[in-house]
Write a protein that binds this ligand. Structure first.
Ligand code: ADP
Ligand code: MG
Length: 678
């Protein structure tokens, strides 16, 4: 007897060869075929009058067959059949290639809904092999599947039908009854049947609701289980720390959220379980201080800390910050980056191994095998989305179950963060340091560029500095599309009213030490205008810079624009962001308008998510999350929140999902997380 878990090849019409095609789609068993949900639906009920359908348009209309014209052999292997239909507003000639079967299924006098691309001419409309349904007999909503070579929609649909007819009764409902009642969810059998062959649009909605809920619940359960198991105890434990000593020496008062984040971390240190915490805060919110405070606490308890940043500029900046604050508290900081000489590197590594260093700040150089710590208690990664999961793990392996802190300025909505970072706790910094004025943002086109230059001139004359960001490094073929390159732009400035000022250029192709030289010069006010690519995006801190002008602003995502804008407004001076774009498309204008209206990174990233989808966040699957079949974390956010709550209640009562009523859910968790590596 074939079982539901058996290979799909046992279905009639599948066989070895087609089974391979299905495998490409991730379908191997009969069960997984039933879980192969349609990617979209054709709705035959949304019809238009034929006279309203334009040639070239994909459309759907209702019409009656009034004449049929039998087989015409065009050449060997090609026959056509014609069926003439009308809806009273106009006629359409339906052309069918090579299929007497389809031709025969269309009956004179019967009404059908046709769906396809209108062809021919406005006065003589045609449609070639459209999809159609018999209005009196069939449901108006038809599934469309993801396909691969060797599989047509019809073939897949038939296989699913067969699987449902033969094994539908074997579908077990794993959702406990009380959940189904509470959430008014249908039975799994009904859901699976109607997701593939909806009886009506309403039935489809009911089914989707059930399946989305189930998938997100299973995801949340899985994440909670992961969180549990990744929290073995650690011997790195501190008994608390007097932070007064730290705060009293700071040149400013910590913001409320900085204090909360630091306290969250200290609590983690005391708990006996390794910390796994994400500090998420908008650009300029002061995350570095949190890292600094927690490293201080580690040092006072006899442990080393390691801070890893994605670029050398940033590592050096952090190093300087840490040094300026911690060195007069008798804490030793060292820098480890690629551009040090071999001798310098060796010396730093020796000091790390012998614990002459308390805090080492660096780039990827930190995760080399040759770096050995003496007593590593805390690892911190800044702008952590730039690092792979592996790199983070590698740094942590330098210690014995050390505490882990990651900092991110990508203000992903909290719920999404919880999912992306799975087993992390999150501290959010929303309060901005005292005295910060909101950045004023303007949108202009290139006609107003000269005015913007004047504006910049005025501010430089006042002793301030400006950034100008361009999308490209040097002139190349894309210049035709009107995109600016930093090198070109710098030349252009020399011929403008800004020619008298000191102009610097910064981009990713420069050698690390060249980049550093420029950044240092900019920091020291030896450069007035820094023309740069997005390398200035990450964490660079120059409070005296008050203008951020972004050329070809349409080329950047909202979140990226927001990050760039965050390079200014880092002191107590009024700062400005000028977005330059000649792109007048509605989408672009709307997008850039969001920038002028909001300075809330969380809001902006939500808008970014809405417009561009979660692709950017889930893009390369670098987060190692399971692939969802039907739910969408953004569209289904409400369900996500609901299931999160429910999942924690379930886990509270049954920590390992061993109760009979939850066993089925556990199987689904295992199944979903087994797909992880896909
Ligand atoms: P980010 O969160 O973007 O990494 P930083 O840690 O670089 O932000 O901090 C941005 C700037 O704000 C730095 O110049 C820092 O010294 C300053 N800063 C941090 N915390 C405070 C505070 N509580 N009050 C005033 N300035 C602060
Ligand atoms: Mg930072």
């Amino acid at each position: 007897m074939t079982k539901i878990t058996d290979s799909i090849k046992y279905l009639k019409g599948v066989g070895e060869k087609r089974a391979l095609c299905y495998n490409k789609l991730g379908v191997d068993s009969i069960y997984s075929l039933l879980q192969f949900f349609p990617r979209a639906y054709m709705d035959f009920s949304e019809t238009k009058d034929i006279c309203e359908c334009d040639v070239g348009e994909i459309c759907c209309f209702k019409a009656k067959v009034f004449r049929k014209q039998g087989e015409q052999r065009i050449r060997k292997g090609l026959s056509i059949f014609k069926v003439f239909v009308t809806d009273g507003t106009q006629d359409v000639i339906i052309t069918i290639f090579n299929s007497k079967y389809i031709f025969d299924s269309l009956e004179i006098g019967q009404e059908y809904s046709f769906y396809g691309k209108m062809q021919g001419s406005p006065l003589r409309k045609e449609m070639h092999t459209p999809s159609f349904i018999n209005i009196d007999k069939e449901c108006p909503v038809k599934a469309i599947y993801r396909l691969t070579e060797g599989l047509s929609n019809k073939v897949v649909s038939n296989a699913v039908k067969q699987a449902l007819d033969l094994w539908g009764d074997n579908l077990e409902d794993v959702l406990p009854d009380y959940i189904k009642q509470q959430e008014k969810l249908c039975h799994i059998r009904y859901a699976i049947e109607n997701i593939h062959f909806p009886e009506s649009t309403n039935a489809l909605e009911i089914s989707r609701k059930r399946l989305i809920f189930q998938e997100l619940l299973v995801l949340q359960l899985g994440l909670l289980l992961l969180k549990k198991t990744s929290r073995e105890g650690t011997t790195i434990k501190i008994n608390g720390c007097n932070m007064k000593e730290f705060t009293s020496k700071l040149p400013f008062e910590l913001t409320r959220d900085q204090k909360i984040a630091i306290n969250d971390g200290l609590k983690d240190f005391i708990s006996g379980v390794p910390m796994n915490r994400l500090v998420q805060g908008d650009v300029g919110s002061g995350k570095t201080m949190v890292a600094c405070a927690l490293s201080f606490a580690m040092q006072r308890n006899g442990y080393q800390s390691a801070v890893m940043a994605p670029t050398e500029i940033l590592a050096i900046q952090h190093y300087n910050t840490f040094k300026s604050i911690l060195e007069n508290m008798d804490i030793k900081c060292e820098l480890l980056v690629g551009s040090l000489t071999a001798k310098q590197k060796r010396e730093v590594k020796e000091k790390i191994a012998s614990r002459e260093v308390d805090i080492v700040i660096g780039t990827h150089a930190l995760i080399q095998d040759s770096v050995e710590f003496n007593n590593l208690g805390l690892v911190i990664t800044d702008e952590q989305h730039r690092f792979g999961v592996n790199q983070r793990a590698k740094l942590a392996q330098k210690g014995k179950n050390p505490h882990k802190l990651v900092m991110s300025a990508t203000p992903i909505p909290r719920t999404l963060a919880l999912i992306i970072y799975g087993d992390l706790d999150v501290s959010v910094i929303k309060t901005v340091p005292k005295g910060r004025l909101p950045i004023e943002t303007y949108m202009i086109d290139s006609k107003k560029r000269d005015r913007a230059f004047n504006f910049i001139k005025k501010h430089i004359d006042n002793g301030n500095q400006a950034y100008i960001v361009c999308p490209l490094i040097e002139e190349n073929e894309e210049i035709d599309q009107g995109l600016f390159s930093v090198e070109d732009y710098a030349k252009k400035l020399k011929g403008s009213i800004l020619s008298e000022y000191r102009i610097g250029v910064l981009h990713g192709k420069m050698k690390p030490n060249e980049k550093e030289k420029i950044m240092v010069a900019f920091k020291n006010r030896e450069i007035d205008i820094l023309v740069a690519t997005t390398v200035v995006e990450v964490g660079v801190d120059v409070p005296n810079a008050v203008i951020m002008m972004i050329e070809n602003a349409e080329r950047f995502g909202l979140s990226q624009l927001h990050q760039l804008r965050g390079r200014v407004g880092r002191g107590d001076l009024q700062s400005y962001c000028i977005l330059v774009s000649d792109n007048k498309s509605e989408v672009t204008v709307q997008r850039l308008k969001i920038m002028t209206k909001s300075s809330d990174g969380f809001y902006i990233s939500e808008q970014d998510l809405k417009q561009r989808g979660p692709g950017d966040f889930f893009g390369e699957r670098q987060h190692g999350l399971p692939v969802l079949k039907i739910a969408n974390m953004v569209d289904d956010m409400n369900v996500l929140l609901k299931t999160q709550k429910l999942a924690s209640e379930i886990i509270k009562d049954d920590p390992y999902l061993q109760n009979d009523e939850n066993k089925g859910l556990k199987l689904l968790v295992d199944e979903l997380f087994a797909n992880k590596a896909e």
